[in-house]
Design a protein around this ligand. Structure first.
Ligand code: MG
Length: 307
């Protein structure tokens, strides 16, 4: 398991990346057999990772205690992005049913959002929870463009937006409406900035392939100024996460790209297939779990994921 894996390795593009990795740490392939992997989410209490295999319509679980992999949920309604809220509950984006759900402690599933303005959502893609309990998610059209990762259908919304679910009354509000295909998202450590990737280039060669930084207004519920934070140099930035120093670790076509807090590409972790998402896990959050196209990978780093 710990042998050198072909096509993997660290590449420093700036000296500051040298402190981020451990020279003898290796990328491990923990499991293979997926069609398109996404939605990594770490459950600290259970010591397991849940992730999505979207075309195979299942959620998978990797168990840290013995390294075993099993099916967590099938069918999964073509679940894509996942996260864990402050109470330890799974929050999921379902393509097929075009909704965001929460799995309660007793296993029941609560629908948190399936419509906006009386019209169905497109196909929720990725989701995060803010410290105030609000849930923020992206809604591009990937799940309804074809039958591979959901059911082909027409757009009912007037575009692909970023939404916020209010924690007190469940209201779903569009907080950003100027994206082409909003995808991964994450808050800065102080929650004053929301980072959102736009993968619009997948269906328009002139479309965006970048992460934008949007300032969160003082009300904590709406967004203000927006700027391009970093352009992707290989494919697109799909899902991404921040570490405690404010660096962004993002998926890309050739593996993981590490961006400085200023948005500079400082290094890469090469993975032999396209990466859809990633998250930090383990008791110290110093292990990166990587959803590659067909496989789950991990690597220990000399950084810790943001809480
Ligand atoms: Mg995504």
């Amino acid at each position: 398991m710990y042998g050198e894996l072909d096509g993997t390795g660290f590449e420093a593009l700036d000296a500051s990346f040298n402190d981020c990795f451990i020279g003898h740490a290796r990328v491990e392939r923990l499991w293979t057999g997926a069609r398109w992997s996404e939605g990594t989410a770490w459950f600290p209490a259970g010591r397991y990772l849940v992730w999505s295999d979207i075309p195979n319509d299942r959620l998978m679980r990797w168990d840290e205690t013995d390294g075993s992999v099993s099916v967590f949920r099938a069918p999964s309604n073509n679940t894509n992005g996942n996260t864990v809220d402050a109470q330890g509950r799974l929050i999921s984006c379902e393509h097929l049913t075009r909704r965001v759900t929460r799995t309660e402690h007793d296993g029941r599933i609560t629908v948190l959002a399936d419509a906006h303005d009386g019209k169905r959502l497109n196909s929720p893609n990725d989701v995060i929870v803010k410290s105030d309990g609000s849930i923020w998610f992206t809604d591009p059209s990937y799940g309804i463009l074809m039958d591979y990762e959901g059911d082909r259908a027409d757009l009912e919304q007037d575009g692909c937006h970023v939404y916020r679910i209010d924690p007190s009354d469940g209201t779903v509000t569009a907080v950003a409406k100027d994206f082409v295909k909003p995808n991964g998202l994450a808050f800065s450590g102080d929650e004053t900035t929301l980072f959102v990737s736009d993968t619009g280039v997948t269906h328009d060669p002139d479309g965006p392939a970048h992460i934008r930084a949007l300032s969160v207004n003082n009300d904590g519920t709406s967004l203000g100024k927006s700027r391009v934070f970093a352009d992707c140099t290989e494919g697109v930035f799909d899902g991404f996460r921040l570490d405690r120093q404010g660096r962004i670790w993002s998926s890309a076509a050739d593996g993981i790209h590490c961006l400085s807090p200023q948005g500079q590409l400082i290094g890469k972790i090469h993975i032999p297939e396209m990466v859809g998402n990633l998250c930090f896990g383990g008791p110290k959050l110093n292990r990166l779990f990587i959803a590659g196209t067909s496989s789950l990978y991990s690597v220990f780093l000399n950084v810790n994921g943001a809480k």
